[in-house]
Design a protein around this ligand. Structure first.
Ligand SMILES: Cc1cc2nc3c(=O)[nH]c(=O)nc-3n(C[C@H](O)[C@H](O)[C@H](O)COP(=O)(O)OP(=O)(O)OC[C@H]3O[C@@H](n4cnc5c(N)ncnc54)[C@H](O)[C@@H]3O)c2cc1C
Length: 440
């Protein structure tokens, strides 16, 4: 369906992947767009990401949205009209996501709660797979033997089953925002670096202009795309309180001492999640010749973080802090499912950044409750890169009025589906029943 032209001036605050793809979409639609970034593009989580993309979620809106995102990233270079040299490399590798689930019977009888939890998460996983298949995702439920036959380095012993989606994979983060902003500028978008939003001029439930260190910027619409800074920024510009918690997250890199499988098999390894539930959730994927490892550990929000804290690695989390470090805790989880991978070599690097987490692990995409012309696109937890294409589509729909009773009709080839914007409404009630179950 052709998108009718809109007019109006939009200022997007933030220079990450979310902002880049929103800028392109709005400029294509006819809006006059300015991006304000306090440092330079990629200053936030977009350059510190594990960059996975999956449609295996338990929230139906997200499953639909991520199918769109995977489709969008598979057409990335055509949609952004990338130059020939950039087209040599695809932005996405669809190696698939493999969630492994443990058999409750491997847990000793004296841990009845743990056994019950494992039975429950496997039941949820199968129900989620049924829902995902219903909305068109090619997800499969695999037996332990099937997993072992397909990926011999994974032992079947602890498993009760797995879910596998071959269209999931991982992205090249810097390509998303560098190509996004390149195309945005080609479409007339102004990207102002080193321009920090510090306040706003308000008038009758609306933002009239943003105040920055480089002067004021008037517009008809304002988009808060600052993710981990979103909760700090919103009240400064007259907006609502946002429940976005900056949570520290770490990535580790393992270098095999010698090859543990054929190079082609290594490059095809899926993002593998080694068990779901408490004290589980370690995951890995190939990063060229290295293995990238991660896990979302329990931690307190760091609401007073500064930019440098994004790269701060506390001693217990350093890969070179002896064996008493968090990277080895991740390897210990992997070892229970794949001793071959866990013992393939040593950890050679640690990187870090913040998730912008919300109470139900779903993002905040929608209008502000106080300022009528302020839209938030933030709180993406560990999913902002994969969300960026669908976030851009939803923001465009909100600004253009393409919303019918709170629903946005998806474009072809997904035009059989709609997305209920209430799921992502920044002012929604965060009850536990609507919490995303598959959080990493
Ligand atoms: C370790 C780790 C692993 C992750 N793994 C994944 C994954 O596997 N898959 C996935 O999809 N996502 C993952 N994420 C999350 C993902 O990286 C983020 O959700 C995403 O990058 C958010 O992009 P963004 O553009 O919304 O925000 P950001 O990239 O954080 O950009 C926000 C920008 O706003 C700017 N800004 C802030 N305040 C102001 C202001 N007042 N004025 C002007 N500019 C301002 C900042 O400088 C920053 O550049 C991971 C994140 C981390 C840290």
């Amino acid at each position: 369906m052709a998108r009718s032209s809109s007019t109006g001036r939009v200022v997007i605050i933030g220079g990450g992947a979310t902002s880049a793809l929103i800028a392109v979409r709005l400029a294509e639609r006819g809006f006059h767009v300015t991006v304000l970034e306090k440092a330079q593009p990629g200053n936030g989580s977009s350059s510190r990401s594990a960059a996975g993309i999956r449609a295996q979620f338990s929230t139906e809106e997200t499953v639909v949205g991520m199918q769109y995102s995977e489709w969008w990233y598979s057409h990335f270079h055509d949609l952004l009209r990338s130059p020939a040299d950039v087209r040599q490399q695809a932005v996405m590798r669809q190696n698939g996501y493999l969630f492994l689930y443990e058999d409750p019977d491997v847990i000793p009888a004296w841990q009845p709660r743990r056994r019950q939890e494992l039975a429950r998460v496997w039941q949820h996983a199968q129900a989620a797979a049924t829902m995902q298949q219903r909305v068109g995702l090619p997800v499969e439920v695999l037996s332990p033997q099937h997993v072992h036959e397909r990926w011999p380095h994974l032992l079947p012993d602890r498993l009760t089953g797995a879910t596998w989606c071959p269209t999931d994979g991982f992205l090249i983060p810097h390509m998303i925002y560098s190509e996004g902003f390149r195309r945005a500028k080609e479409l007339g978008v102004e990207v102002q670096q080193h321009t920090e939003v510090i306040g706003a001029v308000l008038h009758a439930d609306r933002i009239h202009a943003l105040v920055t260190n480089k002067g004021t910027f008037e517009a008809d619409w304002f988009i808060n795309a600052t993710n981990i800074w979103a909760a700090r920024l919103s009240p400064r510009i007259g907006g609502m309180t946002l429940p976005v918690s900056p949570l520290k997250r770490y990535l580790y890199f393992l270098k095999p001492a010698q090859p543990v499988m054929e190079a082609a098999d290594w490059q095809q390894l899926p993002m593998t999640i080694y068990g779901v539930g408490s004290h589980r959730g370690a995951h890995s994927r190939p990063e060229q010749e290295l293995l990238l490892l991660a896990w979302a550990h329990e931690t307190e929000p760091e609401t007073r973080f500064n930019d440098d804290d994004q790269d701060r690695i506390d001693p217990p989390f350093r890969h070179d802090n002896g064996i008493d470090n968090y990277g080895y805790a991740i390897l210990a989880q992997v070892d229970e499912f794949s001793p071959l991978l866990a013992n393939a070599g040593g950890l050679v690097a640690t990187t870090t950044g913040f998730y912008g987490a919300t109470p139900d692990a779903n993002p905040l995409i929608g209008r502000d409750a106080c300022q009528q012309n302020l839209v938030h696109a933030a709180g993406f937890s560990g999913h902002g890169l994969m969300h960026a294409p669908i976030t851009a589509l939803l923001v465009e729909a909100i600004l253009s009025g393409d919303v019918d009773s709170g629903h946005v009709r998806m474009p072809a080839p997904f035009d059989y589906a709609t997305i209920d914007l209430h799921t992502f409404d920044p002012g929604r009630a965060f009850d536990s029943s609507s919490k995303e179950q598959l959080v990493l």
